[in-house]
Design a protein around this ligand. Sequence first.
Ligand code: IMP
Ligand code: MG
Length: 182
Amino acid sequence: MHKDVEKILINETELQEIVQNIAEKINSDLNGEPLLVVIILKGSTPFAMDLIKKLTMPVEIDFMQVSSYGKSTASSGFINLKKDIEQDITGKNVLIVEDIIDSGNTLNKIKKLFEHRQAKSVKICALLDKPSRRVVDVDVDYSGTEIPDEFVIGYGLDYAEQYRNLPYVGVLKKSVYEKVVD
Ligand code: IMP
Ligand code: MG
């Protein structure tokens, strides 16, 4: 598995520092108000599990799964809601937790959906941000760190469902997803 990693971008210690910084900002902004944390499956689960343990207000969690059609290393702009959350969010403070914001299509659509359902507030938290790839403008309230336009794996992030269990975020070797042509 590690042999497919071009380089380590964010190591375990750095990841924990990033999560700690985000948690401190959320704790300070919410000032003890209850929070519903909506975890976007599957990629954000390791990040979300580390994050919620550092939150100090009353927290509920729920899960949502979306998929985007198209090539496996780029977003197509079409979002398919595969699993919805199970509760009424009217009047609640909602925090959407995502692994990475790339084109912005996924978070833009989920945020609009939650606003339409009349949440009290809808905030977005993303561990990683690839600003150079943005197609849709999205306000990310809590962003871990910006990364260059490279396909990354690990700490939840996958390529073809693999590599999610790597403890760091690394760049995937191009040879893994690009066919070699003679
Ligand atoms: P967006 O809708 O284009 O912002 O894409 C967000 C989703 O694309 C993320 O939830 C990831 O599942 C996936 N994604 C985008 N970039 C990467 C990457 O570098 N590695 C793994 N998954 C990625
Ligand atoms: Mg994802």
